[in-house]
Design a protein around this ligand. Structure first.
Ligand SMILES: [Zn+2]
Length: 139
């Protein structure tokens, strides 16, 4: 019984503190997610597609222009992924890779989305262009 008397105020205080913490964290999370949502909504659509082969940039293409790019890799260039950019979306129309996963991938248009062709080591990524990109940043 003595224990109960002693513990009661501590538990109450703790409870209140805990509640405040939860409120604070919830508020923080709300702000962060709201900011994140704004960020996401504004940057949702990418502007360009970056194609890398074996980690090296093969080419950069604007999503605003419809284009067909043959990404030829391999020793005789016989490994091919046909990248199509149409209506602001990029997709692999056809590929000579054995698994064909890249060709089955849905069209991508949002920043950060990518299509990967593992057998050809081709990575197609959508990114948003940075308007403030200065030439001296490029190394
Ligand atoms: Zn593939």
């Amino acid at each position: 019984m003595n224990c109960k008397m002693e513990n009661a105020p501590t538990v109450n205080n703790g409870g209140r503190l805990f509640k405040n913490d939860i409120c604070f964290i919830a508020l923080l999370l709300l702000i962060v997610s709201a900011l994140g949502l704004c960020f996401y909504l504004f940057r949702e659509e990418g502007d360009e597609v970056v194609v890398t082969v074996n980690g090296e940039v093969f080419g950069t293409y604007s999503l605003a222009e419809d284009v067909v790019v043959e990404i030829r890799t391999g020793e005789q260039g016989c490994e091919c992924n046909r990248l199509v950019i149409k209506d602001g979306k990029a997709y692999v129309e056809a590929a000579t890779c054995p698994d064909g996963i890249c060709a089955e991938h849905k069209p991508i248009s949002r920043e950060g989305e990518s299509i990967v062709c593992l057998p050809h080591r081709v990575v197609i990524t959508v990114r948003a262009t940075e308007p403030e990109e200065a030439p001296d940043i490029i190394v």
